[in-house]
Design a protein around this ligand. Structure first.
Ligand code: NAD
Ligand code: UGA
Length: 333
């Protein structure tokens, strides 16, 4: 097993100049950091900035010091896109609104603008500028309710939440553009399976369970905790994403998940073991649109991207806990 924080060696030649949208976010900031570590120039676009958003500031802290990082604060649903993409070898389009449960609420228009409309605008500009490759962040949520067996990319899709509908629309929109005769851009849509690790979003379950243990407050559990997720460590997700930039393939949809699942009760057990503290649970009803299980068939990622995930749940949770404990310590000084 690799160190949870180490950078995997790239499987394919690296791009020279990359655009990362959503660079102030959880996965985007790790991706930008890894690309910079490999000597790639990164144009990091996000509508949040370090000046106005503390969580963006924490995500961007390591990037801002790097000479190869060019930060741009812009809203992709309204800004001019073409100047951002000039001379790019690849666009990693990770910007979007990610939560499953809030997508039922009044913010749905933001999901449509940021997940669908922004993708259309990026794809139009990429086509016009003949950017060779667009890698777009899709989601395991497009599969919806499954029987718990590993989902393959050719399985039927049955999105169970408005969020999942927008992610399916996003990937299919980009793939449809890629079939146009005038389009020189190939699209690789990566269906990420519940990504975790340092700087995970605060609404996500591993963060919430570890934070509850560290801060000694109750963890709200939606349902009975038997729901299972194919948890994917962020550096593993980043390794697949970097390979997707230059892998010698045509347009494709590829799962990014290891195919091993854990229940929330398992995550709680590991959190107790890692922190040496209790996790007090507060039960509330299962949320509508929450699927009982996600599980990836990772054969395509292995075959097309040479992807082999290397960090398991406990090792990755330990790395996430270390970051969280340090942040908690600084906040209480
Ligand atoms: P995140 O919220 O941490 O990052 C997304 C970033 O996109 C944010 O910084 C946000 O400000 C930015 N953004 C949103 N709309 C924008 C716009 N209109 N213009 C510019 N910037 C905009 O989310 P994340 O967990 O890092 O997820 C990244 C991507 O991966 C999302 O597209 C999400 O749907 C997808 N995804 C994430 C997971 C996961 O487990 N985290 C799993 C499957 C798919
Ligand atoms: C996650 C991401 O948030 C999505 O952006 C992503 O698209 C999706 O994974 C994916 O794999 O495609 P989700 O599975 O809802 O979505 O991940 P979490 O928010 O970490 O929730 C996991 C489970 O924990 C859910 O069943 C949720 O109901 C439960 N949960 C979450 C709780 O019981 N309590 C909480 O406080 C938070």
């Amino acid at each position: 097993m690799n160190e949870a924080s180490s950078l995997a060696e790239p499987c394919f030649p690296l791009p020279r100049r990359a655009v990362v949208t959503g660079a102030a976010g959880f996965i985007g900031s790790h991706l930008a950091q890894a690309l910079l570590g490999h000597g790639v120039t990164v144009i990091g676009v996000d509508r949040r900035s370090a000046e106005t958003d503390p969580s963006a500031a924490a995500n961007l802290a390591a990037l801002h010091q790097h000479p190869g990082f060019i930060p741009i604060t812009a809203d992709l649903s309204t800004c001019a896109i073409e100047p951002l993409l000039l001379d790019a070898d690849v666009v990693f389009h990770l910007a979007g609104i990610p939560g499953v449960r809030p997508s039922w609420g009044p913010r749905f228009h933001d999901y449509v603008a940021c997940n669908i409309l922004a993708a259309q605008r990026i794809m139009d500009a990429a086509t016009l500028l003949r950017v060779p490759r667009l890698v777009v962040a899709s989601s395991s949520s497009v599969y919806g309710h499954t029987d718990g067996r590993p989902s393959t990319e050719s399985d039927p899709v049955r999105p169970a939440s408005p969020y999942a509908v927008t992610k399916l629309a996003e990937e299919q929109l980009c793939l449809a553009h890629a079939t146009r005769p005038d389009c020189a851009t190939t699209v690789v849509a990566l269906r990420y399976f519940t990504v975790f690790g340092p700087r995970q979003r605060e609404d996500m379950v591993v963060h919430r369970i570890l934070a509850a243990a560290v801060e000694g407050r109750p963890f709200p559990i939606y349902g009975d905790g038997s729901q299972r997720r194919d948890f994917t460590y962020v550096q593993d997700a980043v390794a697949a994403t970097i390979s997707a930039a230059t892998a010698p393939i045509g347009s494709a949809v590829i799962n990014v998940g290891a195919g091993t699942t854990f229940s929330l009760l398992d995550v709680i057990k590991h959190a107790r073991y890692l922190t040496g503290r209790p996790v007090v649970t507060e039960h509330s009803p299962r949320r509508h649109g929450d699927v009982p299980a996600t599980c990836a068939d990772s054969a395509a990622a292995r075959r097309l991207l040479g992807w082999v995930p290397s960090v398991d749940l406990v090792t990755g949770m330990a790395a996430q806990l270390a970051t969280l404990t340090a942040a908690h310590h600084n906040a209480t000084l």
